[in-house]
Design a protein around this ligand. Sequence first.
Ligand code: THU
Length: 134
Amino acid sequence: MAIGYNELLEYAKEASKKSYSPYSKFPVGACVLYESGKIYQGCNVENASYGLTLCAERNAMSSAVINGETSKITAIAIYSPKQKRCLPCGACRQWLSEFAKNEKETKIILEDINDEILVLSLEEIFPYGFKFDE
Ligand code: THU
């Protein structure tokens, strides 16, 4: 059975507990779902040289690559215990667009301010993204 959005968000929550964020003290967890049905978790990993920080979303997508995932992303759940509606940063949106099934069908799953689930499309949060046309 395919994983549901609630469960995907639970995996993002679980990932946020592994966060290495001693500087911002802002843990983030992400869980990305591929067409293959496989999921990959990631957390943010900070560094004393602040700009080298890796976001949870890109950590999760990198994990998919090293594990041989070749299908496309259908959904990503993102969670921070510090902030409801924790949206991906611009860099992570560009990364999502690289691996997304397509802008309309790839969904962003967030815990909303009323504790309900908010489902957005990549198209809504990242219109007119850069694509490399050969
Ligand atoms: N962060 C993420 O992990 N994902 C985002 O999309 C936005 C920001 C992290 C980076 C940093 O460790 C902390 O949140 C505060 O910016």
